[in-house]
Ligand binder design. Structure first.
Ligand code: PMV
Length: 318
């Protein structure tokens, strides 16, 4: 790229966080999951620089890795860039902050380097970056962050990942509140490895849990199609119980879920979960939202309403 082009070029790209409505962990075992992009986003800006510089408060190692990996994948490993990151997605609690980072950086690099924006290729590179963070992720997080909306996602094998955009009118969906039970002490990679251990130790029992999860995910799909809140709530409760059986919900998170259910609502962890302390966000619903605010407030936990099915990766400026 010419010196003059470098002088003037600024590219800004943004990508959404996500929640998993049903099927986390099972999705690692070729079962389907339903994911939704959130109205919380992460933006990256790329500018020419004399030396690579990353400006970010959280996870600078991943940002630097993503930048270098993307440049290498695009055949420009020598390019020097200043990368700045602004985010409203909480880190490390199941809201897909690392996937949004990978998707936004990759998209911004394609634009910055004037490469043809083939969606499949951009998303593949974002998935490779996610692997660095999580070991062997299903690819669902980066795909929903990239494409946005609601996704039915299934990894058949490492080489065949099938997904379909689901179209719902979000105005008719229940308004979910996310309650943050705290950043898990375990990483996503560790939680996925724990479930793998359970699977290897007790294959038939674990397989049954995963098959029941697949059935629940289909129930969630039908409830969403029919805009049937009651069915959706029942399915969310069932999904939570199965996640508890997989051992990915901490006693603290289980206690909060029970309190919400007792008060007439429903909640489930969303993402990898956590065993010892926090389990990340709880996707929670109650017809009277104030009850959820009260439960969170009493325990001094962060709680906020979210909108689902939002836009995927976007080039904001180029
Ligand atoms: O906690 P998160 O946002 O990293 O989500 C992980 C979801 C899992 O199904 C547990 C793993 C995966 O790769 O899909």
């Amino acid at each position: 790229m010419s010196w003059i082009a470098k002088e003037i070029k600024t590219v800004i790209a943004s990508a959404p966080g996500k929640i998993i409505l049903s099927g986390e962990h099972a999705v690692v075992y070729e079962k389907p999951a339903i994911l939704a992009a959130l109205n919380r986003r992460l933006s990256v800006s790329l500018n020419p620089a004399s030396a690579t510089e990353v400006v970010i408060s959280e996870n600078p190692e991943l940002a630097k890795f993503a930048l270098n990996f993307g440049l290498k994948a695009l055949g420009e490993p020598q390019e020097k860039l200043k990368l700045e990151i602004f985010s409203t997605i909480s880190v490390g609690c199941g809201m897909g902050s690392s996937a949004a980072l990978a998707a936004a950086i990759t998209a911004a690099l394609f634009k910055y380097l004037n490469r043809p924006f083939g969606k499949k290729k951009v998303n593949e590179i974002a998935h490779e970056i996610e692997r660095k963070q999580h070991g062997n992720p299903s690819g669902g997080d980066n795909t929903v962050s990239f494409y946005g909306g609601f996704l039915w996602y299934r990894k058949e094998t490492e080489f065949l990942k099938i997904f379909k955009t689901l179209r719902f009118r979000s105005a008719k969906l229940p308004r979910f509140v996310l309650i943050n039970t705290g950043r898990p002490l375990e990483t996503t990679g560790e939680m996925v490895a724990d479930v793998r251990k359970l699977y290897d130790q007790n294959k038939s029992q674990t397989e049954k849990i995963l098959e029941r999860t697949e059935k629940v995910t289909k129930k969630v799909l039908l409830a969403l199609m029919a805009f049937n809140q009651k069915q959706l709530i029942e399915a969310i409760k069932e999904n939570e119980k199965l996640l508890e059986e997989l051992g990915v919900v901490s006693p603290l998170a289980e206690e909060i879920v029970k309190e919400i259910e007792k008060a007439g609502g429903a909640a489930k962890i969303s993402g990898a979960g956590g065993k010892r302390k926090g389990s990340g966000i709880l996707l929670s619903f109650h017809r009277e939202k104030e009850i959820l605010w009260e439960i969170a407030k009493k325990r001094n936990l962060d709680a906020f309403e979210v909108k689902l099915g939002k836009e995927g990766v976007k080039i904001e400026r180029s």
